[in-house]
Design a protein around this ligand. Structure first.
Ligand SMILES: [Zn+2]
Length: 55
């Protein structure tokens, strides 16, 4: 099941795929900012968008 990490501010998809990635790693990838709108992203915001898939 694919999952997606979306910017809370502009709604752009920062990551989507079938591999579950830690939101903190995505944050690091973009230096903690949205690549489109430049909004500072907090880990807490990310967590509202990500549904970890655990067995
Ligand atoms: Zn954004």
């Amino acid at each position: 099941m694919p999952f997606e990490i979306v910017c809370n501010n502009c709604g752009i998809s920062l990551y989507s795929g079938i591999d579950l990635k830690y939101p903190s790693n995505i944050l690091k990838l973009y230096n903690g900012r949205c690549k489109k709108c430049g909004e500072a992203l907090s880990l807490r915001d990310f967590m509202t968008e990500v549904i970890p898939i655990e067995r």
